[in-house]
Design a protein around this ligand. Structure first.
Ligand code: AMP
Ligand code: FE
Ligand code: FE
Ligand code: ZN
Length: 287
C-alpha cells in the first residue's frame, strides 16, 4: 500500500513543544495528541527541527504517526507571517542558515525586550532564561511566562494584550525573511509550504504577495484554525478551490501556553496524502 493510500486521520498538523514556545516535551506533545484521539501528529516548533528525533522515537511506542514539520517565521512589512513547512530535508543548508539566523535574532531581541521591560517591572533576564529550555527558540511567550511567575500578569494572554503588544513601548521586532523567500527556501529543501492561520486578526496578506508566494511554490493554507475569521477564510477557501490548493486544519497546541487542544481542528486524509506526495525532503514515521 502506498503512503498516499493509507488512512491517516484524525491528523493534527500544527503543535509546539518546549523546543519553541510549547510547554510539553516533544514526546509529551505526541502523547497529548494521542490522548485526544489524534493518529497523525506533526511537530511544528518555530524555526527549529530540534524535537524531531525525540518525536520520531516516541511515535512508535505511542502508536501514532509522526509528521515532521516546522513553523517558519517570516515578515511582510510590519506584520508577522507564519509559514508551516512539512517534510523538508532538515539538513538543507540554506534553510539551516536561515533558521540559525532567525533563532539568533530572537535571542538578541528577547534580551532587548527584557532590558526595556526591566526598567518598569521587577523581572530579570534570569527569570526569562528560567522559563526557556536549553536550545529552545525563544519568543515572547517565554517573557510572558516570566511575567506570570513574578505575578505581574495572570497568564500569557494578558501579557500579550499588554506588556508584550507590538503597539507597546517594550516591543522589539525580530529578524525574519519575507514570506516569498520563506516559501521558496522551504520548497527548494523538498518541503511543502502552507500559510499558518492565514485569516487571523491581521487580515489577509495582499493578493499580489499571495500570488508571488504561489509562484514560489506555496502549496496551500491552514483554513482550519481557531484564529481564522469567517470573511477572510471564505476568500481563501474560494482561492483554494479554484487553484486546487492544499487545505489543512490544525490545533496550534502549545501545552499550557494556550487554550488550544490537540485535534480541535484536523486535516482530511486526502489532503494529508497530497502533502506526502508533494514533500520530498523526508517522510513521515508511520506507527
Ligand atoms: P514571537 O514570535 O516571539 O513574537 O511570539 C509570537 C508567539 O506567541 C506566537 O507563536 C504565538 O504562539 C504566541 N502567542 C501570540 N499571542 C498569544 C497569546 N495571546 N497567548 C499565548 N501565546 C500567544
Ligand atoms: Fe507559538
Ligand atoms: Fe503561528
Ligand atoms: Zn504555531
Amino acid at each position: 500500500m502506498s503512503a498516499s493510500q493509507r488512512f491517516h486521520g484524525p491528523s493534527d498538523l500544527h503543535l509546539h513543544s518546549v523546543h519553541s514556545d510549547g510547554t510539553d516535551s516533544a514526546a509529551g506533545v505526541l502523547a497529548a495528541a494521542q490522548r485526544h484521539g489524534v493518529r497523525t501528529v506533526a511537530l511544528t516548533d518555530h524555526d527549529t527541527t530540534a524535537g524531531w528525533a525525540e518525536a520520531a522515537e516516541a511515535a512508535g511506542s505511542l502508536g501514532v504517526t509522526f509528521f515532521p514539520g516546522m513553523e517558519l517565521s517570516a515578515k511582510h512589512e510590519w506584520r508577522s507571517v507564519h509559514v508551516l513547512a512539512y517534510l523538508f530535508d532538515p539538513e538543507d543548508s540554506m534553510l539551516r542558515v536561515l533558521t540559525d539566523r532567525i533563532r539568533a535574532s530572537r535571542w538578541d531581541r528577547a534580551r532587548l525586550m527584557a532590558d526595556r521591560i526591566a526598567r518598569d517591572f521587577d523581572v530579570t533576564w534570569d527569570d526569562i532564561l528560567a522559563q526557556t529550555s536549553d536550545g529552545a527558540t525563544v519568543g515572547r511567550p517565554h517573557i510572558a511566562d516570566a511575567l506570570v511567575a513574578r505575578g505581574l500578569v495572570t497568564d500569557r494572554t494578558q501579557a500579550f494584550a499588554d506588556i508584550l503588544s507590538p503597539a507597546g513601548e517594550y516591543y522589539v521586532a525580530l529578524y525574519a525573511p519575507d514570506p516569498v523567500t520563506a516559501v521558496r527556501l522551504i520548497t527548494e529543501a523538498g518541503g511543502v509550504a502552507i500559510v499558518a492561520h492565514p485569516a487571523g486578526r491581521a487580515g489577509l496578506l495582499p493578493m499580489p504577495i499571495i500570488e508571488q508566494m504561489l509562484d514560489a511554490g506555496l502549496a496551500g493554507f491552514e483554513l482550519g484554525h481557531r484564529e481564522n475569521l469567517p470573511a477572510a477564510s471564505g476568500i481563501l477557501r474560494r482561492l483554494c478551490r479554484s487553484r486546487d490548493l492544499i487545505v489543512t486544519g490544525s490545533s496550534d497546541y502549545h501545552g499550557r501556553g494556550k487554550p488550544n487542544q490537540p485535534g480541535e481542528y484536523t486535516t482530511t486524509d486526502d489532503m494529508v496524502a497530497r502533502l506526502i506526495e508533494r514533500g520530498s525532503g523526508t517522510a513521515p514515521i508511520y506507527a
